[in-house]
Design a protein around this ligand. Sequence first.
Ligand code: FAD
Ligand code: NAD
Length: 467
Amino acid sequence: MEEFEIAVIGSGPGGYVAAIRSAQLGYKTALIEKYNTLGGTCTNVGCIPTKALLDSTHHYADAVHKFETHGISFSDIHLDFAQLYRRKADVVAKNTQGLDFLMKKNKIRVLQGTGSFIDNETLNVQQPGNQSIKIKAGKYIIATGSKPATIPGVSIDKTRIITSTEALSLPEKPNSIVIIGGGVIGVEMASIFNRIGTKVTILEYAENIIPTMDKDLSVALHKILSKEGIEIRLQEAVYKSENLGDKGRVWFKNKQGLEQDLTADYILVAVGRKPYTDTLGLENTGVTLHPNKTIKTNEHLQTTVPHIYAIGDVIGGAMLAHKAEEEAMFVMDTIHGQQAHIDYSRIPSVVYSWPEVAAVGYTEEELKKKGIPYNTGKFPFAVNARARAGMETEGFVKVLSDPKYGELLGIHIIGARAADLITQAVIGLEAEVTSSEMGAACYPHPTYSEVLKEAYTIAAGKTSVNI
Ligand code: FAD
Ligand code: NAD
C-alpha cells in the first residue's frame, strides 16, 4: 500500500494541472491514468489533434482557393492524407512527451491503471497485465473527464457510426460524411473534412448551429460554412442509424414530421459528451451524482465526501480544457489554504472554424431573457485594413455593454484570429474595465484587434472614425 497526500485520478487538463500544482505546493502526489499516454481527451483525441488537422487543412484550403490571388501559383497541388494524419500524431506525441517530462520534473508518481475506490479512503489501481496496487491518499481529486454521448436509435460501432475519436484516425480520405450535431465538434469536424473535398452534411436538431452561442454568430457562421459547400440542415431530429458495411445510413425527421434518410461513408455522432464515472467504484464511497450522472460538488468543488474533490468535464458545466485547468488550480489552492477564486461567467468559448468564433460573457439572447439593458457596438472586419491585406474580411465583433456605467457584459467575435483576440476581452471583463476605456486604449495599426477597438467605442456611445 503506497500512501500519498494527494492522488489525482485522470490525466487530462484537469488532472495534469492539479498534479503539477500539487507537487509544486510540496505535496506527495500521485497521478493515476488508465491509458498509456498522459493528457486525457484534450491532448490525445480532442483539442490538440483537431487543431493540428484544422491548421493543416486551413493551409491546404488557402493554397487551393487564395494563393493565386496573392500571386502564388502551383502547377499541381496534392493532399497526402496519410501525412496529414501522421503530422497530427506527431503533434500529439510532442505534447504527451512534454507531460511525461513535467511529471518527472515535479517528481509526481504516475501510476498507469484504472483507479477504482474500494472505500472513501482507499483506491485500487488495476494495472495492465492483471496486476493491481492499492493506494491511500489524504485527499483525492477525481478528473476522469467525459466520453462521447449518443441518442436513442443511434449506436456507435466505431466503424461506420463513429465519434470524433475515430474520425481522428481514419485510414483514408472519406468521400462523404454525415455529422449528427452542429455543435462545436460538428462544426470543427465539418471544416476539416469539407476543406479536403469530403462531401459533408450536418444534421442539427436546434434552430441554429452552435446553438449555445450568440445567435448573430451562429447565423453568420452558417452562411460562411454553407458558402464553402457544407450542407447544413437545421431542425432535423435523427432517430436511427445503421451500419451498411461499407457505408452508414441515418434516418431523421423535421418538425413537420417529414422522414428522410442519408447514406455516407461515415456517420459521425457529435451530440455532446457524458461524464465518465463508470470505472471509479463510486458506489463504494459516499460520493453522489446528479441525475445527469455528473458528480455533485459544493462551492469548493468537494464531493459529498469532503476529502474527495472533483473537477473538469466529470462535474458538468462547460466541457472545456481551460475550465478544467481553472478548477484544478482552484482546488489545489483551496486545499493549500489560499483564497481561490473562479468566475464561470468569464470563461471564454471558441470554435476553431475559419473564420474562428469566440465569445465571453452574456449573449444578446441571455440579456434579453434576463431583462438586462445593454448597448451594442458592432464592427465588421470588412473595413479593417489588416483584414483586407490578409484577405480575411469576413465577420464582425459585437460588444454588449451596460448603457449607464459601460460595464462589459458580453464580447462576441467571428473573424480571423478570434480565438486569440478574445483574451483581451476576458481581461477587460476580469479587470472590470468599461467599454469606453477598452476603446480608448492604443491598439497597434494595422491589426485585427482594431475591430475590437471600434466595437468598444461604438458600444460606449461614441463615433468610430473608421465607418
Ligand atoms: P479528460 O481530458 O477527459 O481526461 C480524463 C482522463 O481520465 C482520461 O485520460 C481518462 O482515460 C482518464 N480516466 C477516466 N477514468 C479513469 C479511471 N477510473 N482511472 C484512471 N484514469 C481514468 N476543449 C477546449 O477547451 N478547446 C478545444 O479546442 C477542445 N477541442 C475538443 C475537441 C474534441 C474532438 C473533443 C472531444 C473535446 C474538445 N475539447 C476542447 C474539450 C476538452 O477536451 C475537455 O473539456 C477536456 O479534455 C476535459 O478535461 P478533463 O481533465 O476534465 O478530462
Ligand atoms: P455540443 O453540445 O456542442 O453540440 C451538440 C449538438 O448536437 C447540439 O447543437 C445539439 O442541438 C445537437 N443534437 C442533439 N441531439 C440531436 C439529434 N437527435 N439530432 C441532431 N442534432 C442533435 O457537443 P459536441 O459538439 O459533441 O461537443 C462536446 C463537448 O466538447 C462540448 O461541450 C464542447 O464544449 C467540447 N468541445 C469544445 C471545443 C472547443 O472548445 N473548441 C471543441 C470540441 C468540443
